[in-house]
Design a protein around this ligand. Structure first.
Ligand SMILES: *[C@@H]1O[C@H](CO)[C@@H](O)[C@H](O)[C@H]1NC(C)=O
Length: 410
């Protein structure tokens, strides 16, 4: 009897820290480039080509789509998404590969009723096979840079890592317009942003975990590993993994709940304050695992690319001479009184094309209008160099150097 109680106690502990391994795979963009299809793709899939072409076909849907404002400024660029993990839905379990995205707050997967080309290439959720499925009846639309995603809402049992979330609101996508979804290695998205950002009404996954007392602490953390395809790191629900980073953690309060948005005090290039320092307010940064590069205001990014000696391509990317990477300036982000610095080796993306290595700048312009000032987006290029902690209890973001990495300047 006693042994059994102790065992139950141990099991409860196991559940309070939930590990989700992440896989790293080549981004769609690189694969299109390797197949010499990138330029054609970019021509054919201008951000609003979809709306222009298909808007009249879905008059009823327009009603559900947010127009203007936040929804049309989605931060992600799925073509570059690289870090994925597994979840399962329903009983018996149906598995899906998702992007764990701190830049959105919805969970959706393709529905078995979806006939889009993108859905055909992915795992589709079969509601009729699940005994835990509950119909919701509401319709949702999510506007992405590359088009609209339409679907119906439901409630289902979600399993992520070792934890089971009951009665989770999910979106079943019945229409996925974007061609980038066809090639994507993931089936859907699991948003980890604040509920204020959700387009599906109801509780986002992490809010459900908190409400159902599935975790010790209302905290999750990301360890993203830079390197070759394969093991891509770990998402940890319920706390931090002290073996992954060097303390102390630098905490920055969330300035606006929605995205994981914090204050950025300045951006230095080779030690000289260069951007985002003029006003007393500094500017804002969004910590976003669903964006691959580091984004910033177009004007600043253009100057930064010039500092780096990067040259623009027709596809809007910036090329760098691979031989010069070692001599590129260090770019530092000032957050909470600490400099988070990236060397050229760390912010350049390398791709192999026809056995030749090509190098791209890890910075891109993303103009996100915000009442709080200019917004920078700290995507995976940044997050794969620092351990990141998302604390809903204190509404703050924590950053710390990875274990084994050089120390930060204070
Ligand atoms: C789902 O994934 C789990 C863990 O990887 C695996 O054990 C299980 O067989 C998978 N289920 C199906 C239906 O593929």
């Amino acid at each position: 009897m006693r042994t059994r109680l102790i065992l139950l106690g141990l099991l409860a502990c196991v559940h309070s820290l939930v590990r989700v391994p992440l896989r790293r795979v080549a981004a769609v963009r690189g694969r299109l480039r390797a197949a010499s299809q990138l330029e054609e793709f970019l021509r054919e899939h201008q951000p609003d080509a979809f709306s222009r072409r298909y808007a009249q076909c879905f008059p009823a849907a327009q009603h559900y789509l947010h127009t203007g404002g936040r929804a049309t400024e989605r931060l992600y660029n799925y073509m570059d998404a690289q870090f994925f993990g597994q979840i399962s839905l329903g009983k018996p379990e149906q598995n899906f590969t998702v992007v764990f995205d701190t830049g959105s707050s919805d969970l959706w997967v393709p529905s078995s009723y979806c006939v889009s080309q993108a859905c055909a290439a992915h795992h589709k959720f079969k509601a009729f096979e699940s005994s835990t499925y509950a119909h919701d009846g509401r319709v949702f639309g999510i506007h992405y840079g590359s088009g609209h995603l339409l679907g119906v809402m439901a409630r289902e049992e979600l399993k992520v890592g070792s934890v089971r979330v009951q009665n989770q609101v999910i979106g079943e996508a019945v229409y996925e317009p974007s061609f980038s979804f066809v090639l994507a290695h993931f089936d859907g998205v699991l948003g980890l942003g604040f509920p204020q950002l959700a387009e599906e009404l109801g509780s986002p996954v992490f809010d459900s975990m908190m409400a159902q007392h599935l975790l010790d602490e209302p905290v999750f953390s990301f360890y993203l590993k830079n390197g070759d395809s394969g093991f891509g790191g770990e998402l940890l629900f319920g706390g931090v993994d002290e073996t992954r980073f060097v303390p102390p953690i630098t905490w920055a309060p969330v300035t606006q709940k929605g995205y994981w948005q914090i204050r950025l005090d300045g951006v230095k290039v080779q030690g000289a304050l260069s951007f985002c320092y003029r006003s007393n307010h500094g500017c804002q940064a969004v910590v976003d695992t669903g964006t691959s590069l580091i984004g910033g205001p177009a004007r600043d990014i253009m100057i930064l690319q010039q500092f780096l000696g990067a040259t623009p391509t027709a596809g809007g990317e910036y090329l760098l001479d691979c031989a010069r990477i070692r001599s590129l300036p260090v770019v530092s982000f000032l957050i909470g009184g600490v400099e988070f610095s990236l060397t050229g080796e760390q912010y350049v993306r390398r791709e192999t094309l026809n056995n030749k290595e090509i190098c791209f700048s890890g910075f891109q312009s993303t103009d996100v209008p915000s009442p709080a000032g200019a917004v920078w987006i700290l995507g995976d290029v940044f997050l794969s160099q620092f351990y990141s902690v998302y604390d809903r209890g204190h509404s703050r973001v924590g950053l710390a150097p990875l274990a084994g990495a050089p120390q930060l300047a204070a």
